[in-house]
Design a protein around this ligand. Structure first.
Ligand SMILES: NC(=O)c1ccc[n+]([C@@H]2O[C@H](COP(=O)([O-])OP(=O)(O)OC[C@H]3O[C@@H](n4cnc5c(N)ncnc54)[C@H](O)[C@@H]3O)[C@@H](O)[C@H]2O)c1
Length: 363
């Protein structure tokens, strides 16, 4: 069934009003493409907190109550805990609503297929948002190497140091479902945050042919087992090699308005390199993007490097897409499955002593 764009503001509901609502909401504020009509969360505290943002919207404790209310909804912003993604999305599509889902799509390929099948059967759109593809320093990194000034690209290196000091508060209720995920072997660093890192590799350099990984564990008690130290290496079909290392530095203080990750993204070419110096955390006060070519370093000091802006722009892209139907979804359901396959290949490799695994072969 062909998608028909809306010739009026899209009527939307937020499903889940937790921590990440604070950033996703930025796409909806003062946006003529959208009308927020409902807010759903079982937590009365969250409903009271968020209804101050949308006094015209109705609030509900469950999706079923919203569906029964008779309020017209075109699309929903699904900000649910990961363990609820599969059944939650199938339910939302079942009510006839397009879905913009937070990443990761879900934990395994069988569930992903059920979600894609539900979208196809209903003729609705399932988007899995990937805000990092809208982070201006990373977008500029892409345009720098695509311009050819770095020469032939040979390598992509991502580094992440997880620290426990600084940043915003994350409620214990968010950790509870993350602990559930950890027990299922879908850790917060490799699978949840890692989803973004693997997405950027696919976005920048295309399909991945082989993955090799060494995923470690560090226990902090109370069921909190972090999936680091970890190293993941891969080769793209175009020959570019990538590597991502995750290190824990629990007592390292990092100034951040959000999560406390110290991150780098570096692309090396035959003539030079380009490096993004931070993302969620503020870290060292270098320009957010630096480019080194022919013995000279160029620094970008005026990019919109507030991580929250990537949520704003990803959400605006979705709402504009619903109004026009034009351009890529970033990501479609199928593209999200490519990210899932990449992560599953890393788990399969690590579980087999680090052998090379093709994402196309994982089951
Ligand atoms: N893009 C990113 O960088 C990023 C960052 C953090 C989280 N996330 C993703 O956002 C999603 C939510 O994460 P969070 O940190 O906001 O979690 P959270 O636990 O803070 O919030 C989840 C909210 O969903 C509500 N909820 C639970 N069951 C529900 C139901 N059946 N119907 C409606 N609401 C329900 C909870 O009461 C809670 O308020 C996850 O998929 C997570 O992976 C993405």
């Amino acid at each position: 069934m062909a998608f028909v764009p809306y010739d009026r503001p899209v009527r939307t509901a937020f499903i889940g009003l937790g921590r990440i609502y604070d950033l996703n909401v930025r796409a909806y504020v003062n946006n003529p493409d959208v009308e927020v009509v409902a807010l759903v969360d079982p937590s009365a505290e969250r409903r009271v907190q968020r209804e101050a943002d949308w006094p015209q919207a109705a609030t509900f404790a469950s999706v079923a109550e919203l569906a029964a209310s008779g309020i017209d909804v075109d699309a929903v912003e699904a900000l649910l805990p990961i363990p609820l993604h599969t059944e939650g999305v199938i339910e939302l599509l079942g009510y006839g609503w397009h879905v913009n889902l937070q990443k990761p799509i879900c934990n395994d390929l069988l569930d992903a297929q059920r979600m894609l099948d539900a979208a196809t059967a209903s003729g609705l759109v399932l988007r899995v948002m990937e805000n990092y593809l809208f982070y201006e320093p990373l977008r500029r990194l892409k345009s720098v190497f695509e311009s050819g000034e770095l020469g032939t690209i040979a390598g992509y290196h991502m580094k992440m140091v997880g620290s426990g000091a600084g940043g915003w508060d994350v409620p214990w209720s968010s950790f509870e479902w993350q602990i559930e995920q950890m027990k299922r072997g879908r850790g917060i660093l490799v699978f949840d945050d890692g989803w973004h890192k693997l997405s950027t590799a696919l976005w920048l350099f295309g399909p991945v042919s082989e993955v090799r990984a060494w995923i470690g564990t560090t226990s902090f008690g109370h069921g909190i087992d972090l999936d680091a130290p970890t190293m993941i290496a891969w080769q793209h079909a175009n020959g570019v090699r990538g590597v991502w290392d995750i290190t824990l530095a629990p007592d390292l203080y990092l100034r951040s308005d959000y999560y406390t990750n110290d991150e780098r993204w570096e692309v090396t070419g035959s003539k030079g390199f380009a490096r993004v110096n931070r993302c969620t955390g503020r870290g060292v006060q270098q320009p957010s993007l630096e480019v080194y070519v022919d013995g000279e370093m160029r620094g970008y000091h005026a990019l919109d490097d507030d991580w929250a802006s990537s949520f704003r722009d990803s959400g605006r892209h979705w709402l504009r897409w619903l109004r026009t139907g034009e351009g890529p979804l970033m990501w479609s359901g199928d593209e999200a499955v490519d990210v899932l396959r990449f992560a599953l290949a890393a788990y399969a490799s690590s579980g087999s002593g680090g052998i090379g695994v093709s994402p196309a072969q994982v089951i």
